[in-house]
Design a protein around this ligand. Sequence first.
Ligand code: FCB
Length: 398
Amino acid sequence: MTTFPEGFLWGAATAPHQVEGNNLNSDFWANEARVPGMERSGDACDSYHRYAEDMDLLADAGFTAYRFGLEWARIEPEEGLLSRAELAHYRRMIDAALDRGLTPVVTLQHFTHPRWFAEAGGWLAPDAVARFTRYVEAVCPILDGVEWVVTMNEPNMLSMMAALQRDMLAQQASGQWQSPTVDNARPAQLPAPDVEIGERLVAAHHAARAVLRARTDAKVGWSVANRAFEARPGAEAKLAELSWVWEDLYLAGSAGDDYVGVQSYSSQWVGPDGVEPHPEHPDNTLVGTAYRPDALAMAIRHTHAVTGLPVLVTENGIATAEDDRRIAYTSDALRGVAAAVADGIDVRGYLHWSLLDNYEWGHWRPTFGLVAVDRATFARTPKPSLAWLGSVARRNGL
Ligand code: FCB
């Protein structure tokens, strides 16, 4: 049996906008209404009301951690107007996790913003960092007992989405818009992350970290999407250039953090001209990416090499309708994690994406969940992968 370090966290992850439902004051909700071709999040999985049931599923299956997020758009629906009721709601979620023996891994910002923040210029507005810092100050009082805080989810994808948004009006006119994750099917068409915004996000992360360090006992980090780039012969310089823009700027931004979150799904070839379009293939996932369970170990090794920090796998999973493929993919990915640990890399845990089949940023078809959700009744139906990964968690080994 392959075993994992003592105290290794075994969990699953969700994000507020993707599971809660009716995130009315967020910029993403507004985009959904505006952009043709985007499916609506609507009630999502109604986890806003059903989080206790979600956590029961995890705890009963044997997991020890749950990564979920606080929704800034609910907590601060108008600039400066803080909702005590929403803060109390998220404190109840933290308590619900702790009561079940689930270590909460709490994300403060996961792709969505309050609508007012976006309308006031988003991350490029002069006050953007101060606005985010005020929000972080507001949530500190509810973080008592929380050991792991992720300030921002995938700032690199957020910068890419900002670049995409900039192009969106043009795309909208021609009906070409697809969600960024689904667009991974044609990665060559994804704009590179906007470096100016990326640098803003690094500044915001550092400001948030200072606040969290002063007011909480949490370990502070952020989670970076890793594309596990591989260079074709002769494309090494291109790979180095793309690595900086896509990942290393953000990994460098984690210097001084307590840990770094690794998020990995697939890998990506880089040729002399850049990221190669990913071809159609019968093994491709439901978001069009290559079936590459080995990408996670590549991501961990790259992240460790750049940062030297302890690593927490904050997302890894596969969009598939076939649950046995999810189990096969995850087994292979975990073998890669174990090999990285055996080589001396400090990996603290594995949080699968996702607990639930949820709203995949504009689409409902890509199913990443360990648990299926009936969108009319909200009934949860665990898939075999939930019990399987729970048993891995109980044994702390494969
Ligand atoms: C990541 C996001 C997460 C989910 C997965 C599939 O980029 O952080 O919300 O969409 O991809």
